[in-house]
Design a protein around this ligand. Structure first.
Ligand SMILES: Cc1cc2nc3c(=O)[nH]c(=O)nc-3n(C[C@H](O)[C@H](O)[C@H](O)COP(=O)(O)O)c2cc1C
Length: 181
């Protein structure tokens, strides 16, 4: 069984990016599971001093454990002020030193096709963390808007096709053969 982890870059309760991840969980290839991680909003503001605490905060341990257990990660992230949402960047900062994303295949999605800066920023952060972003996967999920629900995404043929294709690519990238440099 291939375990994927979904991370939404939005804390908004009715987030389209979170809806996209829940839709993805309904469209998985055979032999694949996808858990949507929701607890990372409890993460404290990153500080190297707090990172050095022994033990680290429980929310940090939970986030790191969820990432460690996953063979691949699916990120759906909005753009805020031409960059990554601060709370999401904070979450990523918590695993720079501990390295749970290192070598891990990551597919990135954005439910707002007009925003391009955040995708570039996210890819740069992931590359710096030594993750393996899937450059071949489509980044923008077409035809969506912020008021859509998971059911709306699943009813949208084009978005559904992009999600399915992304999941197939991500699942394939988790195979040991694809892990070779
Ligand atoms: C504080 C803030 C800043 C935003 N900045 C941008 C931006 O720079 N470019 C853009 O395309 N959309 C921007 N947006 C719009 C969001 O990316 C868009 O509403 C997105 O659908 C929100 O995702 P969510 O539904 O998952 O929360 C911004 C939204 C907020 C709340």
């Amino acid at each position: 069984m291939i375990r994927l982890l979904g991370l939404s870059g939005s804390l908004r309760s009715a987030s389209i990016n979170t809806a996209v991840l829940h839709a993805a969980a309904e469209l998985l290839p055979k032999g694949t599971t996808l858990d949507v991680f929701t607890d990372w909003s409890d993460l404290p503001p990153f500080s190297p001093d707090l990172e050095a605490a022994d033990p680290p905060p429980p929310s940090v341990l939970a986030f790191r454990a969820a990432l460690s257990a996953a063979s691949g990660v699916l990120i759906a992230c909005p753009e805020y002020a031409h960059g990554l949402p601060g709370a999401f960047k904070n979450a990523l900062d918590w695993v720079v030193g501990s390295g749970e994303l290192s070598g891990k295949p990551v597919a990135t999605l954005n439910a707002a096709p007009n925003s391009s800066h955040a995708q570039a920023a996210l890819l740069e952060v992931l590359r710096t963390m030594d993750a393996r972003p899937l450059f071949g996967s489509p980044f923008a999920v077409p035809g969506l808007h912020r008021r859509m629900t998971t059911a709306d995404v699943l009813a949208h043929a084009e978005a559904k096709a992009v999600l399915k294709e992304t999941l197939v690519e991500l699942t394939a990238a988790t195979s040991p053969a694809r892990m070779q440099p």
